[in-house]
Design a protein around this ligand. Structure first.
Ligand code: GLN
Length: 430
């Protein structure tokens, strides 16, 4: 369905270009992660439970792309309900890393990163709840931006952890990311959590003259868990900035060890609530073998959800249960606030916080599937931006010995996306 539609739209947009009426994104080819609604097109969030479901409406971000004459080329594979770091939790099987097809592309927005890396589209829209845009961007050698929480409407984005979920943008070009962000950011009457701070025309050309100040958390660079070539890459980036006359300082951030547990407690709690809507009554799959309402729920959810999603629902339900609510959920909320405050305080003192996007380059298919905790550790550096709500970008910075791309990440304060895009322009190294 997408192939013919894309050709028809292209022909229409050609006419508009000739008559001088084309939109800002005329002809830009865009792919959508399988969590973004596009009216009359199937959507499944990588899950069997949404088999046969067709979107009833179009997400605001997607509508804004269409209004500016982008061409939507298809929907892209991802981990089920965006839960995962390798794309291996998709009901469709994983997308493969274009640099080495025995390796994962990262996740959850794996298909979206691969499609851009393989030049199937210029831009993909993904979602980043704990790193799902930045980590696959790093594994596939492209740029991935997670904007400030609330910058882009979540209307029409399948919910995972609503207080973390952000639509993010993949491309090889920072200018295309800036343009797309300019088009899709900003307030929306369908999502009351969207910021009313006006969205500017995003730019990538700050810092031509200006000197910047950058910090990095000592532990993130010095940790033994970090692949040595990634450490060398970060050190080289630091030297490069120093040589350009910018200020770089190491800082301590003792809260780092709490960011991953905080994220996994809160994100699973929110997921257990958000995913309760898939009950076999309203959407997609319904088990044919049910005898009463309770068995309808149980069988449908048992058959429809994959193992990891079931694990997250159980974890989330556990931390929200009345006996454990205060010990886990309430406590994690408090810790989140402290992490957010401290992170923002640092980002007021420095323009950027620099860190690895992930502790390793792309790992092998199946390497971490037997051990969920190992898989969660792939997000150790990416979740801080989501816990704090601040924007972050991953950009390529060379390759490891195996020829796999290395990604470096920068965080900035709320609404400083132009700074991040400009830094990515300054530092990106293929
Ligand atoms: N890997 C993280 C998780 O599984 C982040 C996923 C995401 O950002 N959607 O929760």
């Amino acid at each position: 369905m997408y192939a013919q539609e894309a050709l028809d739209r292209a022909a229409d947009i050609d006419k508009k270009i000739k008559s001088g009426t084309a939109g800002k994104l005329a002809g830009m080819v865009v792919g959508l992660k399988d969590v973004l609604c596009y009216k009359d097109h199937p959507i499944q969030g990588g899950s069997k439970i949404l088999d046969g479901f067709v979107s009833q409406f179009t997400a605001t971000a997607v509508q804004r792309l269409l209004d500016e004459d982008a061409i939507i080329i298809g929907r892209q594979n991802c981990d089920e309900f965006a839960m995962g770091s390798s794309n291996e939790n998709s009901a469709f099987g994983p997308a493969l890393n274009p640099f080495d097809t025995t390796r994962v592309p990262g996740g959850s927005s794996g298909g979206s990163a691969v499609a851009v890396a393989a030049d199937l589209c210029q831009v993909s829209l993904g979602s980043d709840t704990g790193g799902s845009v930045r980590q696959p961007a790093a594994f596939c050698g492209i740029i991935g931006l997670k904007p400030t929480y609330s910058r882009i409407s979540r209307y029409g984005l399948i919910a995972y952890g609503s207080s973390f979920d952000c639509i993010g943008i993949f491309s090889k070009s920072v200018d295309d990311i800036a343009l797309v962000l300019t088009v899709i950011a900003g307030s929306d009457e369908y999502d009351s959590t969207v910021s009313r701070t006006e969205a500017p025309e995003y730019t990538t050309s700050l810092f031509k003259e200006k000197k910047i100040s950058v910090c990095y958390i000592r532990d993130t660079v010095e940790s033994d868990a970090l692949q040595p070539e990634i450490r060398e890459a970060i050190q080289e980036a630091i030297e490069q900035l120093r040589a350009l006359g910018h200020t770089i300082e190491a800082i301590d951030f003792p809260l780092l060890r709490y960011t991953l547990p905080t994220y996994y407690i809160l994100a699973t709690a929110e997921a257990s609530s958000n995913l309760s809507r898939y009950d076999g009554v309203r959407y997609g799959h319904r088990s044919p073998e049910t005898t009463d309402l309770e068995s309808l729920y149980k069988k449908t959810r048992h058959e429809g959800f994959g193992k990891e999603v079931q694990r997250r629902i159980l974890l989330g339900t556990f931390v929200l249960s009345s006996s454990y609510y205060d010990a886990y959920y309430t406590k994690a909320q408090k810790v989140r606030r402290i992490i957010r405050d401290k992170t923002k305080e640092i980002l007021q003192r420095y323009d950027f916080m620099l860190m690895p996007t992930a502790p390793t380059t792309a790992f092998r298919l199946g390497e971490h599937t037997g051990n969920p905790l190992e898989m969660y550790l792939a997000d150790i550096y990416s979740v801080q931006a989501n816990v704090a709500g601040v924007p972050a970008i991953s950009f390529p910075y060379g390759k490891d010995k195996k020829g796999l791309p290395i990604g470096i990440q920068a965080l900035a304060n709320d609404f400083e996306e132009s700074k991040l895009l400009s830094l990515a322009r300054l530092l990106t190294k293929k």
